[in-house]
Write a protein that binds this ligand. Structure first.
Ligand code: CMC
Length: 435
């Protein structure tokens, strides 16, 4: 393809520059040659929140936000969710292709055999108060795991990276389940290697005194699909955090802990928890109109609505709505659904939301399903984190192997005071003035 250029004229100097365009972007380092004089630092880009700045090249996930398309490694999310399980999807996201039979056996064996936690980690978790938020427990425990696996700092070694990937995919559900059991005052359950990834997670959460836990197949499939839908979403806040922390060559346990911390916020993965709290606050279908008025007055956000990238229906929200029906057949209908449907109906017709292209996102319906399945509200972001761990690890490894990548270190526009001398402490010695 013929080389493409952007020609710009700097009106301060009258000089013209030809900046190469590659993949629909200009490299902002090319702006630095644009100076008013040789001592000038050169032009920079300014983009708080990275609304129009690509931080990397990636071949993991593609989103077309205008058309509501989501592809993992080129495959549409609805086809994946219908035909594959979460572990196969995690393999696809991390390795680029779906596994063959033999590859899958090795992959799932390795992940299954890294689900146990060191007994000392359990003691560490016991130190949390009974009402500790499970995301706080997850984040801290992930960081603590780094002290158990100092070999994980060996990030240049592909075999070591693979081992950490097995460990993280294996242990995140175990920590998540232990965080739940801790909040309920229940003993932690050991993993059951005869169950599926998601079946085992349900076992670690809900097994009581029965000798063997048998997960309900509909709920197991529903939760597994939710993990698939959450597995990756290109350069979102937590993936960027994973890449940013990983770019200083921290070990992956600390980087995943940081990514989970980013996910926790209510504008990101914490939104599913906030949706349920919002629906509870609204209370009934007839109060939806009044709540929408408050949203439009700028008093509150409509949680679970809006997205930086999607300016159309989030394709994951569509799939989740179908899962909800299957789950409610088993658990009974969640009364919150009527409030949610009414909110969606009014919002999709209202000019405020139409103008701003605000549609339900993945978090709008996931919480209603989690609630029907018996999960406490505070656990919802933790469930998001289980699926997203696959994406974080794929983004981390891609970043490490990309020769273009450097330590993440943005520039700033300094708007503070220029150089000035400290005020003289008149007539007093410094020691007296401090007394
Ligand atoms: N309720 C009411 N108004 C909203 C909402 C909302 N949920 N989201 C955006 N807006 C308005 C916003 O006030 C702004 O209006 P104006 O132009 O008058 O100032 C306009 O829409 C554009 O919004 P923005 O804040 O500039 O958009 P953003 O891309 O910076 O933020 C977002 C994206 C997801 C943080 C935001 O839509 C939001 O806060 N949503 C609620 C929280 C939520 O559901 N988060 C989960 C996102 S999906 C899961 C994930 O992948 O993280």
């Amino acid at each position: 393809m013929e080389k493409q250029f952007l020609t710009v004229t700097d009106e301060r100097t009258g000089k013209t520059y030809r900046l190469p365009i590659q993949n629909g972007t200009v490299n902002t380092m090319d702006l630095r040659q644009i100076k008013t004089d040789p001592d000038d630092f050169g032009l920079m880009g300014y983009d708080p929140g990275y609304k129009n700045t690509a931080s990397c090249k990636s071949s993991i996930t593609f989103i077309d936000g205008e058309r509501g398309i989501l592809l993992y490694r080129g495959y549409p999310i609805d086809q994946i969710a219908e035909n594959y399980n979460f572990l196969e999807t995690a393999y696809l996201i991390i390795n680029g292709e779906f596994p063959t039979g033999a590859e899958y056996d090795k992959w799932s064996w390795n992940i299954t055999h890294h689900t146990m936690l060191h007994e000392n980690i359990k003691k560490f978790m016991e130190g949390f108060r009974y009402d500790a938020h499970p995301m706080g427990i997850l984040i801290s425990t992930l960081a603590a795991l780094s002290t158990f696996y100092p070999d994980s700092r060996n990030i240049e070694d592909p075999e070591s990276r693979r081992l950490q990937i097995y460990r993280l995919l294996g242990k995140v559900p175990t920590i998540a389940a232990a965080a739940y059991r801790h909040s309920m005052g229940l003993p932690y359950n050991y993993p059951d290697n005869t169950l599926s990834y998601t079946g085992n997670f349900l076992n670690m959460l809900f097994k009581m005194t029965e000798p063997k836990y048998e997960p309900n197949p509909v709920l197991e499939k529903a939760l597994d699909t939710l993990f698939i839908l959450h597995a990756d979403h290109e350069q979102n806040c937590s993936a960027s955090t994973m890449r940013g922390v990983g770019s200083s060559h921290s070990d992956p346990f600390c980087a995943v802990a940081a990514a989970a911390a980013a996910l926790y916020g209510p504008l990101h993965g914490g939104a599913n928890e906030m949706v349920l709290r919002m629906l509870k606050e609204i209370g009934s279908k007839d109060k939806v109109g009044a709540y929408i008025k408050r949203v439009k007055a700028g008093e509150v956000l409509l949680m679970g609505f809006g997205h930086r990238v999607y300016k159309n229906y989030d394709p994951r929200a569509r799939i989740i709505k179908n899962i909800a029906d299957q789950v409610f057949d088993v658990t009974g209908r969640n009364p919150m659904l009527d409030i949610a449907l009414e909110l969606e109906r009014i919002a999709l017709e209202d000019e405020y939301f139409v103008e701003r292209k605000l549609y339900p996102n993945v978090d709008f319906y996931s919480g209603i399903i989690y609630q029907a399945m018996g999960f406490p509200v505070a656990l919802y972001p933790v469930l998001f984190a289980i699926g997203r761990t696959a994406g974080w690890l794929a983004q981390w490894e891609e970043m490490l192997l990309d020769p273009d990548q450097k330590i993440h270190r943005p520039r700033q526009i300094y708007i503070g005071k220029t150089h000035r001398d400290v005020p003289r402490l008149k007539g007093k010695k410094k020691s007296e003035a401090m007394a």
